[in-house]
Every structure is written in C-alpha cells, then in structure tokens.
Design a protein around this ligand. Structure first.
Ligand code: NAD
Length: 469
C-alpha cells in the first residue's frame, strides 16, 4: 500500500521504516528540514538500536522516502499516519496544535481519487478522532476541493518502547485499531504481514520463538484512544506500587527485590515493571496520566489513583536526595556524580528524565553535579544549556574526587565498570544505586558504602554477623 507518515520522531521514523520493510511504499514527512536532510542521507535523527540498519534495508527495497512536502505524499497515499508530538500544556492537557496542523494539511491536500484512511498514531485524548475528521473536512472545504472526497479516521495507538522500538513494532503484543468497519478493513490489510508474521526478520531483530501471530483488536475510536492512556497509566502505577512497597521494605527490614520476585511469580501480577528504583520518566507516562486526569476532570470525575501515581513518582526521585543526606549530612559544596542521564538505557531521550530532576534539586541545594552518560551527554548539553552540570567523558572522570555516585540509568556497559578502581578515585566512596543494578555484596567488596532502593543492607549485614544460636 502507499503510506504517508507525518512526523519523523521516535514513533514516526520507526513506524515508517517498519512498514516499508514489510513491503509498503512509505513517505515520511516532517516540517523540520534538518531532520529530513539527515534521514535522506540514511542517518537516524534519534539514537535507537537497529533503526538505521532497518532504514537502509527498507530504502534498498525502494520503499522509504523522506520529504518536507506533505501535499504530494498525501495525494498518492491510501493510509496517512499522524505521528506528531502531543506534549503537555501547563494545565496537563495535551497540546494538540501539531495534530491540528497536520490534520488541516492532510485535508488541504486530499482529492477524490481514492478512499483514504487518516490514522492517529499520536497519543491523543478521547475525542481527537472526531477532531481530526472535522479538521480534515475543514482543510479540503477551505481549498474547495473535490466534493467526492472519501476518507475514514482510525485510532491506532502506539505501544513501542524507546530502546527496543524496532522489535516492539515488528513483534507487538497486540495491534489496536479503532474506527468504522470500512476503515478497520483497510488497516487490517496494511497490517496483514505483521498479524500473520510472514516476513523474514531483519538481521539482529529476531522474532520471539513463541510468536506465531499478533492479535488485532478492532474497537470504537473512543475505546482505542482510551486503551493507550489506560495502558500507560497502569504501567506507571505498577512501578509506583513496587516503589511504595520497596520503601516499606526498607523500614521493616525486608529485601525489596525479593518481595517483588515473590509477588511477580503470581501469574495474575507478572514479574515485569516491578523493579524498585528512582521512578519512571520519559515522554509518555507523566504526560499521558496528566492528560487522562484532565479528561476525567472535564467529565466531572476526580481519579485519586491516577493522581497518586504521579505524586508517588515525584516523591521517589526525592528519595535519592534523602539517601545522600543520610550518608553525607551536608550536601552544600559536595560533588555528586550521576551515572546516566537518559530516562532509560538504549535511548538518548531526556524528556522528564529522573536524572534531570535529581540534578536540578542537588544544584539548588548547593551541590556540584557531574554526569556521565554513554549517549545522552551531548543531547543534554544542547537541550538543557542552563543546567549547570559538569559533563564527564568516562566513569573514572566522574568518580574522581566525588563525594558520592548515584546510578540513575542502568546502561548495560555499567556492568563492566571497575568498581574497586572507581571507589579508590573518590573522596568518599558512597554509591546510591537508583536502579538496584549492582549486587550489594560486590559493591561493598569493591570498597563502596552501598545503598539500593528497598534494600535493607544494614539488617542483612546484622543477620550475617549475628552469632549462631
Ligand atoms: P517527537 O517529538 O520525537 O516527534 C514528533 C515529530 O513531529 C517532530 O519531528 C516534529 O518536527 C514533527 N511535526 C510536528 N508537527 C508537524 C507537522 N504539522 N507536520 C509534519 N511534522 C510535524 O515525538 P514522538 O516521541 O515520536 O511521539 C509522537 C507521538 O507518539 C506522541 O503523541 C507520543 O505521545 C506518542 N508515543 C510516543 C512514544 C515514545 O516512546 N516516544 C511511544 C508511544 C506513543
């Protein structure tokens, strides 16, 4: 099929490359000319494993193009995805300005030559499907286009995770499509290779051995829009729950990760998203919960659980500061090193990253903050020029003369750190492990005064040294 994807960010670029790899002819459009120029050269504008290789394979097949010209792309397409940003406004409401502009441009470009489907892939509040339909109509009536224009609007929320976006898009847990039957039929045809899993996996992105096909759930527009928000709210709440229990574990002398292993084995609960830590971040959870809360308020409903999910996460980031205060007492004039800046490993995305929140708070309290991230140092420097961080090129540079290290992002390469050498470089070898990444005993043997989240290292030490009864 002929496909246009509007917006070449984390979602649009991956969606475009995957659909082209599956055999569709895809044109990706963005208003940002510099992004399009990089994409035309085969470079991904974001750090996402396997994406550039997939783009190259899709381009070899002649199916992936990039342009700033929306009109001709729309006119030659059967399916037009909107994958633009929907960032939060100060009120918590989603900013739909980019979505509205995209919908108007689609309408202005349409003609009556074929039936088209306009797909909302951006995460949008309930009712946005209707809004898009109205704006597309406005777009073509303003331009006095062919009255025989036929189109449908679908909601096809995206569930990919940055860092594993290519695998998530090729092997999703489910595909959700909201819309009327004619619209859903077009989307079924588009996704048939994914649903039936009939394509050859690209090198380095193996198909999970258990995967035979992908369920496609057809729903109303409103249900599809709500599914995305509900899924993200649930995942954020699950992490928040793990953190709340971990905080209680610390106080009563239980070992948080053991407790999570114990509850995660219950098939009704499941083991994922239960690792206690400094809390979630990223461009989606916070913004989507705020947007859902805003929608609920518009309908006169106040959700205590959603609000608590936000509040618990904000408090969890503060937990690191408290742990530093317990160890160092005074933070003014101290040097704190942050291991990791990105909101999670394998991405350069810094949106709502816990590391930024922690750094800002420490700087406000008079500490000097250094940071080392294998990928996100440069994006952080350019996107947050006012943040007074000292960027380090190596973990050794970070540790040198630091009063404490805080692990915020669990990059795989941190497994290879020479912990005894780092501890020796520090003024005081304190390690706050914000992701329970290190084995406490290994960190202690390396010379660190170690604290994890929800880990009762003190009582464990007591148990070990207590004389046998
Ligand atoms: P992004 O900010 O990385 O990319 C958005 C792109 O849209 C930018 O390149 C911007 O220049 C472009 N754009 C804006 N207005 C445009 C217009 N009128 N015409 C053409 N291009 C335009 O955003 P993202 O992270 O890819 O997220 C996109 C949407 O997908 C959001 O609604 C987000 O909530 C949702 N989502 C994101 C993720 C994720 O992990 N990032 C996962 C699932 C869903």
């Amino acid at each position: 099929m002929e496909v246009t994807v509007i917006g070449t960010g984390y979602v649009g670029t991956v969606t475009g490359a995957c659909l082209a790899y599956l055999g569709h002819r895809v044109t990706c459009v963005d208003t940002d000319a510099s992004k399009i120029a990089r994409l035309q050269r085969g470079e991904s504008p974001i750090y996402e494993p396997q994406l550039e290789q997939l783009m190259a394979l899709a381009a070899e097949r002649g199916g992936l193009h990039f342009t700033t010209e929306i009109a001709s792309a729309v006119r030659s397409s059967d399916v037009i995805f909107i994958a633009v940003g929907t960032p939060p406004l100060p009120s918590g409401e989603a900013n739909l300005a980019y979505l509205e502009a995209a919908a108007r441009s689609i309408g202005a470009a349409m003609d009556g030559s074929r039936f088209r489907v306009v797909v909302n892939k951006s995460t949008v509040p309930v009712g946005s499907g209707n809004l898009v339909e109205a704006l597309v109509r406005e777009g073509f009536s303003e331009h006095r286009r062919d009255p025989g224009i036929r189109f449908g609007v679908a909601s096809n929320p995206e569930f990919l995770r940055e860092g594993s976006a290519v695998a998530d898009s090729l092997y999703p847990d489910r595909i959700v499509i909201g819309g009327d039957p004619a619209t859903v039929a077009v989307m079924r045809e588009l996704y048939e290779p994914l649903v039936a899993q009939v394509f050859t996996p690209p090198p380095g992105v193996a198909r999970p051995s258990s995967m035979i096909s992908v369920p496609l759930l057809a729903t109303s527009l409103t249900s599809a829009e709500t599914i995305k928000y509900a899924a993200n709210a649930f995942l954020a709440m699950k992490i928040g729950f793990a953190n709340e229990i971990a905080n209680i574990c610390e106080r009563v002398g239980a070992e948080g990760p053991e407790v999570m292993a114990g509850i995660g084995l219950d098939s009704r609960i499941g083991a994922k998203f239960l690792n206690p830590g400094v809390g979630w971040g990223g461009s989606c959870f916070g913004k989507d919960i705020q947007s859902l809360l805003h929608t609920a308020r518009e309908y006169g409903y106040s959700s205590k659980l959603l609000q608590a999910t936000l509040d618990v996460n904000t408090a969890q980031r503060q937990m690191v500061i408290q742990k530093l205060q317990e160890k160092l007492f005074i933070l003014k004039g101290r040097t704190i090193g942050l291991l990791g800046l990105a909101f999670k490993p394998d991405t350069d995305d810094l949106r709502d990253a816990p590391a930024l929140h922690i750094a800002e708070r420490l700087i406000q309290m008079g500490a000097r903050v250094k940071a080392y991230d294998p990928i996100a140092n440069a994006p952080c420097r350019s996107q947050y020029p006012d943040l007074k961080l000292r960027y380090c090129d190596t973990a050794s540079d970070l540790a040198a003369d630091a009063d404490a290290l805080v692990l915020v992002t669990e990059w795989r390469e941190f497994y290879d750190l020479d912990l005894p050498a780092l501890a020796k470089l520090m003024a005081t070898p304190i390690l706050i492990d914000g992701r329970n990444f290190f084995v406490p005993e290994t960190a202690a043997a390396a010379g660190f005064d170690y604290s994890g989240i929800g880990r009762c290292t003190r009582s464990r030490a007591t148990q070990r040294t207590a004389p046998a009864a």
